[in-house]
Design a protein around this ligand. Structure first.
Ligand SMILES: Nc1nc2c(ncn2[C@@H]2O[C@H](COP(=O)(O)OP(=O)(O)OP(=O)(O)O)[C@@H](O)[C@H]2O)c(=O)[nH]1
Ligand SMILES: [Mg+2]
Length: 370
């Protein structure tokens, strides 16, 4: 399949290669260039300097990102020195090295640092050790090897496609800690379904913060879909109950449920989600349901822990990985696929309406190595 075919196949909602490539600039440096010792160009700096119109979605070098341990780290230290005269096509590779134990150790460390996941990194390096020995490889053979391994890792978790059953009322329960991008992703998803001609209702079940409902209202208005809400502080289960009744009576195709990311404590949050699940199980019995966890890619390994906590109260069917634009932590995609066994279904590549894309493993890997 050549590049043009891929773009065509992807269509409006697919993750077109060029969009992905530009959104994954930092991830590419961190996961591919750093790991392969490629002398890379910090293209995001060039983009920040040159593209004023798109600058809202690109993080500048002086900004900080939250790393996996929750501490702040300067992004600029993650990227190699900027050389304005180079272009991405002229990215130089380091001279070949023998694949000895020192090389393998360094590679494993880099893979772990890039959030590929400890277990996955170990497996990859073990596999490489054997392959390199039997095929007499040097470090310049590692790129093709890693590309194949990355693609295999992403294919481990099945059903990347967001479920939608024609002729049914489809439920999407969206959960995640505060600030990960739940409401924004819901807005984008509303827009997507609406553009496909579906009748969409959003349920404002984040009743904890008054502002949350108005934020959802703005998105609903933008996407021109209906919203179901109750007075501030109402029981979120009651909102879901009302939304289910309305949708059944009025022939909706889709309900997307927004939930709170922060309550007084974790136990409250989990109890509330449990109640919402209970209402869905009782009053939405048999309806197709996707329970989607929203993870902010820039939080790295923290996201893995969040997934474990949410899984306890709510069996998850997929992940929406947001803020892949501008983060250097996109390697988490591989960790989620291999270690959590929950498929990434959608990815957030910015703050605009159409910045939510289907996650296509093949294109993702292509964009990283391209
Ligand atoms: N660059 C970028 N920003 C995003 C993306 N998704 C969400 N955001 C931003 O992240 C911030 C938080 O998004 P919200 O949608 O309010 O997050 P939330 O999970 O609903 O937060 P709570 O309601 O507080 O739990 C907003 O400033 C969004 O614009 C993305 O894919 N890329
Ligand atoms: Mg919200």
């Amino acid at each position: 399949m050549d590049e043009e075919d891929k773009k065509e196949k992807s269509g409006f909602w697919g993750s077109t290669l060029s969009k992905l490539k530009s959104a994954l600039k930092r991830t590419r440096h961190e996961v591919v260039d750093e790991v392969l010792e490629r002398e890379s160009v910090d293209e995001s700096v060039e983009a920040d300097q040159g593209a004023g119109a798109d600058s809202h979605s690109a993080i500048t070098v002086s900004e900080v990102s939250q790393n996996s341990s929750g501490s702040k780290e300067n992004v600029s230290t993650l990227s190699p020195p900027h050389s304005p005269s180079q272009s991405s096509s002229s990215r130089a590779k380091a001279p070949p090295r023998p694949i000895d134990s020192e090389y393998l150790e360094e590679l494993e460390e880099k893979l772990i640092k890039a959030d590929i996941g400890v277990k996955t990194a170990e497996l990859m390096v073990d596999h490489l050790r054997k392959e390199a020995k039997s095929k007499n490889w040097q470090s310049n053979d590692v790129e093709e090897f890693l590309k194949t391994e990355f693609a295999k890792t992403l294919k481990q978790s099945p059903n990347h496609k967001l479920q939608y059953k024609e002729g049914k009322l489809n439920l999407y329960l969206v959960v995640g800690v505060n600030g990960t991008g739940k409401t924004t992703s819901i807005g984008k998803l509303c827009y997507r379904f609406k553009s496909e001609g579906k009748k969409v209702l959003v349920a404002a079940a984040d009743t904890f913060r008054a502002a949350a409902e108005s934020q959802l209202e703005i998105w609903a208005e933008r996407a021109q879909v209906d919203i179901c809400r109750l007075p501030d502080g109402s029981d979120p289960g009651a909102v879901v109950f009302k939304a289910l009744n309305t949708a059944k009576e009025e022939g909706y195709d889709v309900i997307i449920i927004d939930t709170a990311g922060r309550l007084h404590n974790k136990a409250n949050l989990m109890a509330e989600l449990g109640k919402i699940r209970g209402v869905i199980e009782k009053h939405g019995k048999g309806l197709p349901l996707e329970a989607l966890l929203v993870l902010d890619a820039s939080t790295g390994q923290n996201g893995m822990k969040q997934a474990e906590v949410f899984t306890e109260v709510c069996p998850l069917t997929g992940v929406i990985l947001t803020k892949l634009d501008g983060t250097a932590k996109g390697g988490i995609v591989f960790g989620i696929s291999s270690e959590l066994n929950i498929p990434v279904k959608l990815i957030g590549l910015g703050e605009k309406m159409d910045d939510l894309r289907d996650f296509e493993p093949e294109l993702f890997v292509e964009a990283l190595f391209g």
